[in-house]
Write a protein that binds this ligand. Structure first.
Ligand code: PLP
Length: 433
């Protein structure tokens, strides 16, 4: 399968090229040339398949032409070593819990899949080590580091701003060892990002070592997110609740919801989607007015959704051929202030005994307010509430249990390399590697 750029000015790429490059040469996002429809027989038996079986069928539609069947199956099965259960919250609202992976957030799925696919391409090329550079303000670094942990032929360098990430987040990429190196940069997130960008542009460094990124717009991180939409449908069908299904996605960069929209094009029987935003309401405003006005992001308590110019908007726009009417027919929007998010976490906990994280709270609330007669809603619970422990504890006024998996990170020994924000220092470090 070939991949084209949403900007339309770059040559079409193979899957291999699209995964290694991440972004197209014209700075557009890669899109698969065809999105295959899955056969009716698949949807007839889907409720009897395991998560891995469902995911493999979806993966085959995307990647089957480019990756041998046994390899692809292995990658899918290794990626999904954890469950994504649907849990009942109210009579007609269910939570798709995407936080049972190693770093307790949905990004584990895409990061683990990408690591394995990249590992396969490297092995095939017989090339020497590939080095992944990733700048993080917290969550991306942990998902990428854990996703790539122990994958042969790849070394990951995580650059994070000293003193600017939470203790839990820092443990998730500084205690791993093996093929993961954490660099503690004396600066802010933008300094980390600038170091990574300079590294990609430096000829001498690129002759010395093969560098790539693990950005969330990479097709190998983006497309696998479709897996769990199909599995959510399978579980709802088993419960006899899949008739008029509304799927609500707490959204920031809109990669997650776009994977769901791809699922619908593949035949997934979802009636409609809701994109739930925090105060960063750029997409919400687009739905209302047909005009897209990016702006600087606003800081909120659902901070993984603090995005002022959602990168995957380009993919949604392309998927619906630029038609605002078509987009608004498929997706409706919602936007919530921090006060509303807090109110929702508290009320849902007290009324339903279900503890939401601040991101999932936007999704739950949008369904509570937006479901129509006869519809059943599933929202994506994108992270475990313990990842936002102090925020959530302040809201509900009692302690939040930390899962053993998260505790285990906290017990590991922190190892990081101190780094200045001066590119020459970073380059000298990499040249010695
Ligand atoms: C990344 C993230 C989101 C936003 O997902 P997008 O694909 O960027 O829309 C939502 N919730 C959590 C917890 C996240 O980490």
């Amino acid at each position: 399968m070939k991949y084209y750029s949403t900007n339309g000015k770059a040559d079409r790429a193979t899957l291999h090229e699209a995964v290694v490059k991440g972004l197209a040469g014209d700075k557009g996002l890669f899109m698969p040339e065809t999105i295959k429809r899955l056969p009716d027989s698949f949807f007839e038996e889907i409720q009897d398949l395991s998560f891995q079986e469902v995911a493999y069928r979806v993966a085959d539609a995307f990647f089957g032409e480019d990756v041998p069947a046994d390899t692809l199956k292995q990658i899918v099965y290794d990626t999904l070593s954890f469950d994504c259960p649907v849990v009942k919250v109210t009579d007609n609202i269910y939570s798709l819990e995407l936080f049972h992976g190693p770093t307790l957030a949905f990004k584990d799925v895409g990061a683990r899949f990408m690591a394995r696919l990249l590992g396969y391409f490297i092995q095939q090329e017989g090339c020497k080590q590939v080095n992944v550079l990733v700048a993080t303000s917290g969550d991306t670094g942990s998902a990428v580091a854990n996703g790539f942990l122990g994958v042969e032929g790849i070394h990951v360098y995580v650059l994070y701003p000293k003193g600017k990430v939470s203790a839990i987040q820092e443990c998730q990429f500084t205690t791993l060892g093996q093929n993961i190196t954490a660099l503690e940069v004396d600066g802010v997130f933008d300094d980390c990002q600038a170091l990574v960008k300079s590294a990609f542009m430096d000829d001498e460094l690129n002759r010395h070592m093969k560098l790539t990124s693990a950005n969330s717009i990479n097709v190998a991180r983006f497309l696998p997110q479709a897996f769990y939409y199909f599995y959510a449908y399978a579980q709802m069908k088993k419960l006899g609740k899949a008739g008029r299904l509304v799927v609500c996605v707490p959204s920031g960069n809109f990669g997650n919801i776009t994977a769901g929209l791809f699922g619908k094009v593949m035949g997934l029987p979802v009636k409609r989607f809701i994109a739930a935003n925090n105060a960063n309401d750029i997409f919400y405003n687009y739905l209302q007015t047909g005009e897209y006005h990016p702006r600087a992001s606003i800081q909120t308590i659902a901070n993984a959704m603090d995005v002022g110019d959602p990168s995957n908007f380009a993919r949604i726009y392309d998927l619906y051929k630029g038609s605002h009417a078509a987009i608004a027919a498929e997706i409706s929007g919602a936007t919530y202030s921090d006060a509303q998010i807090a109110e929702t976490v508290k009320a849902c906990y007290e009324q339903n005994g279900y503890l939401l994280d601040p991101h999932g709270a936007c999704g739950f609330r949008a369904l509570s307010e937006g479901l129509r007669e006869g519809e059943t809603g599933v929202f994506l619970e994108t992270a475990h509430p313990a990842k936002f422990k102090s925020t959530v504890e302040n809201i509900i006024g009692c302690p939040v249990d930390v899962p053993a998996k998260l505790e285990a990170f906290m017990k590991g020994e922190k190892k990081s390399v101190p780094m200045s924000r001066n590119f020459e220092d970073f380059k000298a470090f990499l040249m010695r590697e």
